[in-house]
Design a protein around this ligand. Sequence first.
Ligand code: ADP
Ligand code: SF4
Length: 689
Amino acid sequence: MLDRSAIKKSNNPYSLLLEPIKIGPVTAPNRFYQTPFTSGAGFWRPKTRTAFREVRAEGGWGVVNTGYCSIHPSSDPTPMPYSRLWSDQDVAEMAQMVDAIHKHGSLAGVELWHGGEKTRNRYTREASLSPSGLMHVTNDLRQLHSFASREMRREDIRQLLSWQKAAAKRAVMAGFDIVYVYAGMGFLPFQFLLDRMNTRTDEYGGTLENRTRLLREMLEVTKEAVEGRCAVALRFSVDEGMGSEGFQADTDAREVVRLLSDLPDLWDVKLGGHGFNDCPSSRFMETGYQEDFVKIVKQETNRPVVGVGWFTSPDTMVSQIRRGVIDLVGAARATIADPFLPKKVLEGNTEDIRECIGCNICFSTWVEGTPVRCTQNPTAGEEWRQGWHPERIKPSVSDSTVLIVGGGPAGLEAAVWLGKRGYSVTLAEAGKELGGRAALESRLPGLSSWSRIVDWRIGQLHKLPNVEIYLDSTLSADQIQDFGFAHVALATGALWDTLLPGSNGITDLIPPAMTVPVNDILHGALPQGRIAIYDFDCYYLGSVIAELFLRAGRDVEFITPASEISPWARTNNDHYLVQKRLISLGLQTAFNHSVILKNDTYLLKETYSGKERALDCDAFVVVGRRTVPNTGRTMLEQLQDSKVLKSVTAIGDCDTPGMIAHAIYSGRKFAETFDGGADSTNRFEPWTS
Ligand code: ADP
Ligand code: SF4
C-alpha cells in the first residue's frame, strides 16, 4: 500500500496526484487511475489476470479496473481474451482478483460490457444484436461474419437491461467498488447514439435524446443493482475522429453529457469509433493527444472525470488536472510499462520511471490472443506464470562474475537485472554508444520515443557500482576466454541480410549491385534517385524506411507480397494510419508482388497473374530477414568448446532474431534463471496450478 505519510507533500511537485478523490459512495486513494483495458488473460487464465492486476495495485494505482467484461453470451468476442460475469459461477475468480487489488488499498472496478453487433459470438452462437440490424462495414477478420445482426426488439431491450442489472449484482457479490456502463468504441449503447446505426422510429431512435434513452436506462438499472454500495461509472467515447461524418465531441457528446450530467458517479472518457483514434502507437500521436476532445466533459458535469492520452510524464498529468481537463489520470500503457509509476512519482523517484515507448506491442499481443506483452516491461503477463516482478528480482546465490558481450536491448536488460541481483557484471560493446538496434531505430521517423528503451537501462546501470561498461570494445572469442570471467552472455545481435526469398524459401540469390543494406540505412545511408523497397518482413520497419525516404524527397516504390503496407500493423492498431500517411506522402505500391531473378535480371512478378515486369530503380532495399552473422555464430561455437568458461549463453537476437520486445524478454530471462535461478516457477493455465 502507498505509504502516504512517508511522502513529503510540501516538497513533492506532484502532490496533487496524491489527493484522494470521492467517486460516488467510494473514495479513490489518489488520482492514478488504471482505466479498463484487457490483460489478454481472459476468464480462462484467471491466475494470470489476478497477478497482472494485483501488481498494478501494489505499484500505487488508486483504481485498478478489469478489461471488458461481458454481461451475457450474446456479447462473445471469442477468440479474443475477455472477462465475463454471465452467471454466479463467474463470481469466485473475479472475487479473488478484487481481493488481491484490495490488499494494496486500491479500488477495484469492472467494465461491464455488451458489444452489440461488434461481437460475432463464435463460441456461444447467439445472434449479434444492434439497434437497427445495421453492421459496421469492415474487412477486419475479427469482425467479419456471414450473419447479419438482429434489430433489437422491445423484448431484447428489456433483456439487455436485465443482463446489465444481473451482472452488476454479481459485481457487487465479487466485491467490486466501481461498476461500469460502457458506451464507447462502437459497442452496443454507443451504437444507439449514432444516427447512422440507429434508424429506429420508436422512443429509442430519432432525436439524440431518444438515442440516449438506452444508455440512461442502463445507468439506472446499474444504480438500482448496486444499491449505493458501488460507484457507477460511464465509459464514453466522445468523438469518432471522423469529423462531421461521425459522432463529434463539441456537439453530440456535449449534448449527451448535458442529458446525463450527474447520473453516473464518474465519467471515464476517451476517443472511440475506430481503435486507431483511441490508441495509436507513438508514431502517430503525442502525449496528451485526447485533450481537445475530452475537455468538453468537465464543462457539462459536476462528477469527476477520468481521461487518457498516453500519459507517461507526471508533468503532463498535473498540467491537465490544473487546467481543468480531467480529475483523475487514466492510463493503460503507462501501467503496463511501469506498474510502479505512482509509487515512483509519489516517493520522488521520477527518474526511475520506465516510460512507455508507445510501440503498441501490448495491443498486438492481445489481438493475437496472448496475455499482454510489453517491450519495456518484460514482466508484464509473467507475474504469475514465472513469478516475475517489475521491480524486484531474487538476490545472487554466489560471487560468480559475468561478461555480457553486446550492449543492445538484450545485453542492457541482462546487465541491469544481473546487476540488481548483485553479481559482478562487465558489459562490452563494440560501438561508441549503447543501445544496439533500439538506438539506431529511434532515429527513424516517428520512433524517437524508442530511445527510452536505452535511456531507462543506462539510468539504472549508472546506479549499480557492480556493473562496469566498456564501449568501443569489439571482443573476439580468444579475448573473451582470456579475461577470466566464469560466465559469458553473447548478446551480439543480428543483422538485416539482403537475400531474397526463392521458390523454396530463402535462397542465396546475389542481390543486384544497387542494393543498399538496411544496416547501412540504419547508420544514416540515404540512397539517391528512385528507390525500390522490397518488404517481405511485413512488420513496421519497411514502412518506416519508406517514410524516411519519402520525407527526404525520394521517389519510392514499395514492393511486397502482401496486399497492403505492413500487414502486422493490423495487430498494433496502426494499420489504417500507416496506409494513410504513406499514401498521402506519395508512396507508389506494388502489392502482391515478389522480386525474382530470371536470366540474370531482377523482375517483379505479380502473385496471382504471374505477370512480370522489370525492377525499375536506382537503389534497391530489401527489408526481409534478420540473421545472426557468421562472426556471431562462430564465436558462440568456439566459446561453447571453451575449457575455461563455466557457461556461455546466447541471448536476444544473437540467439533468435526477433522484435525488440523478444530481445528484452530474453535478457531478463537470462538474469532471472542465471546461476540456478529457478525456472521451475514456469507454469501454465489452465492445465497446471
Ligand atoms: P539485441 O536486440 O539482441 O540486443 P542488437 O543488434 O540490438 O541485438 O545489439 C547487439 C549489440 O552487440 C550491438 O550494439 C553491437 O554493436 C554489439 N556487438 C556485436 N558484436 C560484438 C562484439 N564482438 N563485441 C562487442 N559487442 C558486439
Ligand atoms: Fe508501452 Fe510498448 Fe509496453 Fe505497450 S508494449 S506498454 S506501448 S512500451
